[in-house]
Design a protein around this ligand. Structure first.
Ligand SMILES: C[S@@+](CC[C@H](N)C(=O)[O-])C[C@H]1O[C@@H](n2cnc3c(N)ncnc32)[C@H](O)[C@@H]1O
Length: 337
């Protein structure tokens, strides 16, 4: 007797239906609104929306299945953030339009109050964490946030931009060069500038080890020297070392070719003053709106942003700013597919 094997049929419209279903609930829409410029754990979201954890897990599962939220594991905790709309995929246009409409919503006052309470708890957790860790504090940024915590988010933004094969990149302040292999894989030529000879040596060792033949390392000060422009300028955790970040952003924006992009990874504002002495930080993170304002003053257009909550209470912002190409009738980006 032959057994009938059930046929699994793939229906593209299932994906659209999942998207519509996920968007068809007021609580889920408000969750998407709350994630507009933050990322939260399931317990935090349950607290913010005053529902049980299992109820919130269910809603997050529906949103995740529809591709509207993405997750990031930080130790035992899972943080949820909004997923980027993929314009070229089925449902991408609907996804982008849904988020645009959601951003017009105003969260209820009590939800906003509970978000403020969650932020206050994070600040307390952060103070606690570092109070206990004081003996181990070393003069390195990794204490707060290291590349492994933001690499995937920067890459998600970078890959969503879809640069053309011949595009070039400039990384300012590559540190030990941990991000250079990723840039080298995605761009035809990469220039990396650092004003610290010791850091540049580490980056050089990394490039040799990984045989990165298309990366040029330069000992230079990004604010005083005149590097060549690039299609994509990347600054990971560097801006808070600059005395005048608004002016620096203006200067670095000029290095972006028309139609290109500036990607900035930074801490959100925090109150951990010790980071000044211990990590050499001049600024305790940045307000999201300030970064957008400085970029817009520099002629850039604010694009997508990702936010990464860390267990130590800090929050990272990964920001995309586009430089319009006014030689094009639409003023839009030309270096991207
Ligand atoms: C906190 S580290 C970040 C390293 C790396 N981007 C990462 O994400 O791990 C800051 C880097 O910026 C470099 N830097 C600071 N000011 C600079 C300047 N004016 N010009 C070039 N590099 C600079 C430092 O030497 C250091 O390598």
């Amino acid at each position: 007797m032959s057994l009938r094997v059930p046929q699994v049929r793939y229906e593209p419209c299932d994906e659209l239906a999942a998207l519509c279903k996920a968007g068809g609930d007021p609580l889920r829409l408000n969750v998407l609104r709350a994630l507009a410029n933050d990322s939260f754990g399931v317990l935090e979201l349950a607290q913010i929306f005053a529902i049980g954890q299992s109820g919130m897990s269910h809603h997050l599962k529906v949103l995740a299945q529809a591709g509207l939220v993405a997750t990031r594991r930080e130790g035992n905790a899972i943080f949820y953030r909004r997923a980027l709309a993929q314009g070229e995929l089925l449902g991408g246009t609907l996804h982008a339009a849904l988020l645009d409409e959601v951003d017009e919503l105003e969260l209820p006052a009590e939800v906003r109050q509970r978000i403020a309470a969650v932020h206050a708890q994070r600040a307390a957790a952060s103070r606690d964490f570092f109070a206990r860790a004081t003996e181990k504090l070393q003069a390195q940024q990794d204490l707060i946030a290291g590349l492994p915590q933001y690499r995937d988010s920067v890459l998600a933004l970078l890959d969503a931009l879809g640069f053309e094969p011949g595009a070039t990149a400039l990384e300012v302040g590559p540190g030990d060069g941990g991000f250079l292999p990723e840039l080298a894989r995605r761009f035809s030529r990469v220039t990396a500038l650092d004003n610290s000879p010791a850091m540049l040596e580490l980056a050089r060792a990394r490039c040799d080890e990984e045989h990165l033949g298309n990366v040029e390392l330069k000992l230079a000060d990004a604010l005083n020297d005149e590097p060549a422009s690039a299609d994509c300028v990347v600054l990971n955790m560097v801006l808070h070392h600059f005395a005048d970040p608004a002016e620096a952003l203006g200067r670095l924006a000029r290095l972006v070719k028309d139609g290109g992009s500036l990607l900035v990874t930074e801490l959100c504002s925090h109150d951990q003053g010790w980071a000044r002495e211990t990590c050499g930080d001049l600024w305790l993170g940045f307000d999201q709106d300030d970064l957008a304002q400085w970029a817009e003053n520099a002629g850039l257009v604010t694009g997508e942003s990702l936010y990464i909550g860390l267990k130590n209470g800090f929050q990272i912002q990964v920001r995309h700013f586009a430089k319009p190409d006014y030689t094009r009738p639409t003023g839009l980006i030309t270096h991207h597919r």
